[in-house]
Design a protein around this ligand. Sequence first.
Ligand code: ATP
Ligand code: MG
Length: 471
Amino acid sequence: MNLFKTIGIHQRLLIAAVVLISASTFTLGYFGLGMINRFVALRFEQRIDYMAANLAINAELGILIGEKELLKGLAISLLNEKDIAAVEIENSVGKILVKEAGNLSAPFETVEKPVVLSETENLNPGLNPGGKFSGERQEIGLVRIQYTREGINDLLQAMKLRFVVAAMVLAGIFCAIFFFISRSLVSPVISLAGVAKKVSNGDISVRAISGSIPETRKLAHAFNEMLDSIEDGRKALISAHEKMARQEALAEVGKFSMMIAHEVKNPLAIMKSSLEMLKEDFAIPDDNLFVNYAEEEVVRLNDLIESFLIFSRPDKPNFALTDLNALVEQVVAGFEIQYASDKRKLITSIPSEPCFAEADSDRFSRALSNVIRNALEAGPDMGKVFISVKISETDWRVCVRDQGPGIDPDTADRIFEPFYTMKAKGTGLGLVFADQVVKAHAGKISAGNSEDGGASFCITIPVAAKTEPET
Ligand SMILES: Nc1ncnc2c1ncn2[C@@H]1O[C@H](COP(=O)(O)OP(=O)(O)OP(=O)(O)O)[C@@H](O)[C@H]1O
Ligand SMILES: [Mg+2]
């Protein structure tokens, strides 16, 4: 029972084929050869019988006239026939008139035929007075033929041999056909089992090879589809898990940073007013490098905390109908002053006519500034930043393109995450803030790489139906 369970489909099919072929060959051989044997033996006996009858007819005249030479001729010609070993012709009293034998070897069988007078009415009763051949059917002699079955047995033996050889060749061919059929059935199943094993070992990237049979192809296809969906599910799960872990970490960092920011804001305000008082008390000139440096750093720290607080606890934007084109010009002008001594250039393409939209000009300027600052920082020392504005029926769109290295595709989906930064002094809040502000304006911000290299950030804002400010 256990042994039977270990036999695979391949072996089972082969065993079935061998049993089937052997059974059908044996049945066919047994009945077929038996019938042929009987048929051939019957025909053989009929042939011998016919020859004996023929000899009896031909010998009639020779016996009647006592012509032994004639009878000898008949006997010799019959001996030439295949399987005939000896021929004897007797007269009515049993005297052997002719006896001729060939050189065939025993065992022999014998057939006898009486020589009957053609005329049923005996015209000359004296010819056979009181002989054993008398009565209505007058027998005047007897022919006896000895024959051998050796030839016919050899023929039947040869036929049997041929049949066995033909059956074996056919069985071999059928087995080979069965082997290939069963292999084409079994090999996809074996490969599928191999793939399933690899999957269970954790390699989800493997796929089943579709076999040459439609059913096995379907099976492999369905299996691969199942693996695809498992792989997709697993990827989605991993990414969801990563996102969750990141968000949890961010929430923790956020809480902690909020606390720090809150605690740092007051001391910073004290430091700022103390610096001013110091300047007054000690009559420090406005261009004192160290005091200015300290003041700048205090302001920078304050800005940083401000933007962080805005990001963490965004206030309601203060919307007003604003000329967005003028706003971009203003932001660019600010940068031009800031970067006056630098070799970096801002190249603008802004329509001269105004384009109004409901906007919080302060926040929007800061959002745009973050994008432009990133572009200036990403580009080379003498790089250019192209700022272009396009207006359609429904949208106002500003694009900022730089000549930097572009956005790394591996991290592209992280640049809008809070605290994600690749810069030593960066906070990773610039784009988050920009995104928050643009979304508050029912707009969209998108990032990509331009064809000439460098990154390209575009902000799209829906424009107001009327293009003139209310008076
Ligand atoms: N124009 C750009 N080209 C290439 N990478 C950019 C570009 N703009 C932003 N990035 C990538 O996105 C990251 C996040 O930008 P984001 O403005 O949010 O923070 P930051 O610039 O690193 O810090 P901060 O804005 O506080 O100075 C950057 O560190 C940088 O890796
Ligand atoms: Mg930035």
